[in-house]
Ligand binder design. Structure first.
Ligand code: RIB
Ligand code: CA
Length: 320
């Protein structure tokens, strides 16, 4: 890739793969200096087991042997929810890809997470692009966890943007609000990459055409898995485009200089509202002036990102 080298990052991913999760995996794998140590899966876009299959297929496309562990199949305190077909029924575009060459490890994703952070205290960056159930379970199991992790990057929530499951709730938070509340309350540095920035991070017709025209193996893989996801977002927007939620969160982890404007805000998650379950409630009063209560346990929230440079980064990862 032509991107500038950055500090080495050892990343533990937690995903509900998903087309955009697959793109986040590809981005991290192709980034100089980044190492995906292991991947856990969670029920979200598809079941945790299907997400593991999809993750392994993505790793096959990359020629990578990263371990994959299946995690939580149900939210901490909620009944199972029906899968969404936004990413295709199988979560990876119903592309008829061959079965993965490997199987999941057999370890539970929460056990994998705890084992690895204890083995490498302070070294690992956690990246979560699905419901936060595995992270919530890990926090319940091990109170030492927050002190063992370098940073936590989460794709989820909506600060002032509209939700994408309900008028105010984003999918990853909505599907396990109790787990999200635990993750946001824990004493570790969390960056929350919300719909406010991801809904502006689009691959449009021009980029999609370049991918379709390419013979590069990763471009071909992505071109196969994208169509249902592109169809859903193109219908929503009224023009051909697809949203890069999870890749943007990964990009901001890999290259923090992509964030042009950020806020440090206290954040709570609605777990009981009649119309607002899963809403991320940021205390934006702190932005008005110093006379308002200032944050006591803020999350780092990107408000403006260098979208053109991010899109170039995605295209480089797929075409170079
Ligand atoms: O709201 C967008 C998020 O929900 C993304 O992580 C997508 O993969 C789905 O899980
Ligand atoms: Ca996801």
């Amino acid at each position: 890739m032509s991107a500038k080298p950055t500090l080495p990052k050892a990343i533990l991913m937690d995903v509900d793969t998903g087309v955009d999760d697959a793109l986040a995996i590809i981005l991290a794998h192709r980034w100089p200096g980044a190492q995906i140590v292991a991947i856990g899966t969670v029920t979200g876009n598809v079941s945790a087991a299907q997400a593991a299959t999809n993750t392994l297929k993505t790793l096959d496309a990359l020629g990578a042997d990263t371990p994959v562990a299946v995690g939580a199949s149900q939210a901490l305190a909620r009944a199972p929810f029906p899968p969404s077909a936004i990413h295709g029924v199988d979560g990876l575009g119903d592309a008829g890809l061959p079965a993965p060459a490997r199987a999941p490890t057999g370890e539970h994703a929460v056990d994998q997470l705890l084992r690895l952070v204890h083995k490498r205290p302070g070294e690992l960056s956690l990246f979560a692009s699905g419901p936060l159930t595995n992270l919530g379970l890990a926090l319940q199991r091990d109170p030492e966890l927050p002190g063992l992790v370098k940073e936590v990057m989460v794709m989820g929530g909506a600060i002032v943007a509209a939700g994408n499951v309900t008028p105010v709730a984003e999918a990853n938070i909505y599907h396990d609000p109790e787990a999200a509340a635990l993750v946001f309350a824990a004493d570790w540095p969390v960056t929350l990459v919300a719909l406010d920035v991801t809904m502006r991070a689009l691959l449009r017709s021009e980029e999609l055409a370049r991918l379709r025209a390419s013979e590069r193996p990763l471009a071909r893989f992505v071109t196969r898995i994208l169509p249902p996801y592109v169809a859903v977002y193109s219908q929503r927007f009224g023009f051909e485009a697809v949203t890069m939620h999870d890749p943007l969160a990964m990009a901001l982890l890999l290259d923090p200089s992509l964030t042009l404007e950020r806020a440090a805000l206290d954040m709570r998650v609605e777990t009981s509202g009649e119309m607002t379950v899963g809403m991320t409630v940021a205390d934006r009063r702190a932005l008005i002036g110093p006379g308002f209560d200032q944050p006591t346990h803020p999350l780092d929230i990107p408000l403006e990102v260098d979208t053109p440079r991010f899109i170039a980064m995605v295209m480089d990862a797929l075409l170079e």
